[in-house]
Design a protein around this ligand. Structure first.
Ligand code: KIV
Ligand code: ZN
Length: 517
């Protein structure tokens, strides 16, 4: 279909699902969840994993550090604002990494400098240079970002980039922080800074685009044509507000249109769909069915004319093969006769760490319970099962012990629940417009959280009527938004678990700084 350019430059894929992705409302992840995603990103051969913002909280510091310890094949990066404390926290967190990067940033647009930072342009340049210097005490791999570059003045961008390159930055990122740019204009900015900044040939030029106008991928790809050699992106396009450029779209565009793009990535594309599912499962952000590459309908041909064409010759309507991006990799892994060793081995293959024998035993017992109800256990089931297991007792203030639901035509649905709250057992019952409503009311009758339900969604994890239902419940309280997940073959039980999981997150200490505030 296409004649590739040759030789190709490498396009560095910098994944920021664990940092910018986590800035999506309610998408905060536990350390264990982040580790699982990081391992999947490593398996996918992502070049750089932005593991978090180490100075945001102790939890974030520990997450970045654990990922730096665990990941060997990808560079592990921490974000840091341009101040000494943030940079030293980032430097400490990435210390165990085989290859560690510090990514420091400061805003450069007139509106951000004046209204947010209350700094003059001279002060901003000085702070940026000092910050790169502090970061270089920890690693040679320092990235500098000019936040809101998309609305910054070109002359000022050139000035600050020249200064940070002299100070030792090796990657220069030109973010369209507010998703304001359009492809031709953004590409022109990249072309101009690359032409004008002394030393530009010694650094990698990077792009980081937000999707407020739905242009994040187009802008990123236009910038690649203009000379950018790193793209910052996220799985499923997760990210602050409308999200970031989606990794799968960037990677597959570059690969599918190898006749146009002068670059290639190292990504193992067959890991894309598993990564997409994992991120969706952990964050509770569903993937829209018509989403490119990873949506359930991305390769489904509905019209008779299309189906006929594809059957006669696949390339009549398909520009990519579903199996090349990991569709159909849905493996039947275990069943009710599988033993503890097979279970442990599959968890290891999936990169799911089980820290103690006790945890393994508890997880295995739950696996057996599930295998009794559902004979075929897929990787997705294991991920869901282990997400439940990963809730440690300290943060599991609320736990479902037993449940009974009654729903009958002509009767008001009713839920009876036994919960533990802070270790003490408590019973509750309530009626509702349906069994889920009744279950949530029964929980609130004893938890009295006062939170507001923003979202309730149910998804089947795999196919078949015996599939586990995966429920997401988004709750808001005092300005905080959290997503809770629960999975079970009984969707009412899954719903109650998801509600309790969200309450646990609200009650846990998940306070942290947003780097951009
Ligand atoms: O959008 C943005 O500008 C960022 C920076 C911190 C790179 O996320
Ligand atoms: Zn961003």
């Amino acid at each position: 279909m296409s004649t590739p350019h040759s030789p190709k430059d490498s396009l560095i894929i910098f994944d920021t699902t664990l940092r910018d992705g986590e800035q999506s409302p309610g998408a905060s992840m536990t350390r264990e969840e982040k580790l699982r995603i990081a391992r999947q990103l490593e398996r996918m051969r992502v070049d750089v994993i932005e593991a978090g913002f180490a100075a945001a909280s102790n939890g974030d510091f520990e997450s970045v550090r654990s990922i730096a310890e665990a990941v060997k094949e990808s560079t592990v990066c921490s974000l840091a604002r341009a101040n000494e404390n943030d940079i030293r926290r980032a430097g400490e967190a990435i210390r165990p990494a085989a290859r560690g990067r510090i990514h420091t940033f400061i805003a450069t647009s007139p509106i951000h400098m004046e209204k947010k930072l209350r700094m003059t342009p001279d002060q901003v340049v000085e702070q940026a240079v000092k910050s790169v210097g502090w970061a270089r005490e920890y690693t040679d791999d320092v990235e500098f970002s000019a936040e809101d570059a998309g609305r910054s003045e070109l002359d000022f961008l050139c000035r600050i980039f020249e200064a940070v390159i002299k100070a030792g930055a090796k990657t220069i990122n030109v973010p369209d922080t507010v998703g304001y740019n359009v492809p031709e204009q953004y590409a022109a900015t990249l072309r101009k800074v690359i032409e004008r900044v002394p030393g530009s040939d010694k650094v990698i030029w990077s792009v980081h685009c937000h999707n407020d106008l739905g242009l994040a991928v187009s802008n990123s790809l236009a910038a690649v044509m203009a000379g950018a050699r790193q793209v910052e992106c996220t799985i499923n396009g997760l990210g602050e507000r409308a999200g970031n450029a989606s990794l799968e779209e960037i990677v597959m565009a570059v690969r599918t249109r190898a006749d146009i793009f002068p670059v290639e990535t190292r990504i193992d594309a067959t890991q894309i769909v598993p990564a997409s599912r994992l991120v969706s499962q952990i964050t509770g952000y569903p993937v829209q069915p018509n989403k490119a590459i990873v949506g359930a309908n991305a390769f489904a041909h509905e019209s008779g004319i299309h189906q006929d064409g594809v059957l006669k010759h696949r390339e009549t309507y398909e520009i990519m093969r579903a199996e090349d991006v990991g569709w159909g990799a849905n493996k039947l892994v275990l069943g009710k006769h599988s033993g503890r060793n097979a279970f442990r081995a599959r968890l290891q293959e999936l990169g799911i760490a089980v820290e103690t024998e006790e945890q393994l035993n508890a997880a295995f017992a739950r696996f057996k319970e599930l295998a009794d109800k559902k004979h075929e256990i897929f990787d997705e089931d294991l991920h869901a099962l282990m997400s439940d297991e990963a809730v440690t007792p300290e943060v599991e203030h609320y736990r479902l012990v037993a449940s009974r639901f009654h729903s009958e035509t002509g009767e008001t649905p009713q839920a009876e629940l036994t919960l533990t709250i802070g270790g003490r057992e408590s019973r509750s019952q309530a009626q509702g417009s349906g069994p889920v409503d009744a279950a949530f009311k029964a929980i609130e009758a004893v938890a009295a959280s006062g939170s507001e339900l923003l979202l309730y969604s149910v998804n089947a994890i795999t196919t078949g009527t015996d599939a586990q239902g995966e429920v997401t419940v988004r709750l808001a309280k005092d300005g905080r938004v959290v997503n809770g997940q629960g999975a079970d073959t009984d969707i009412i039980v899954a719903s109650a678990k998801a509600y309790l999981n969200a309450l646990n997150k609200l009650s846990g200490n998940m306070e942290k700084l947003n780097p951009q505030l």
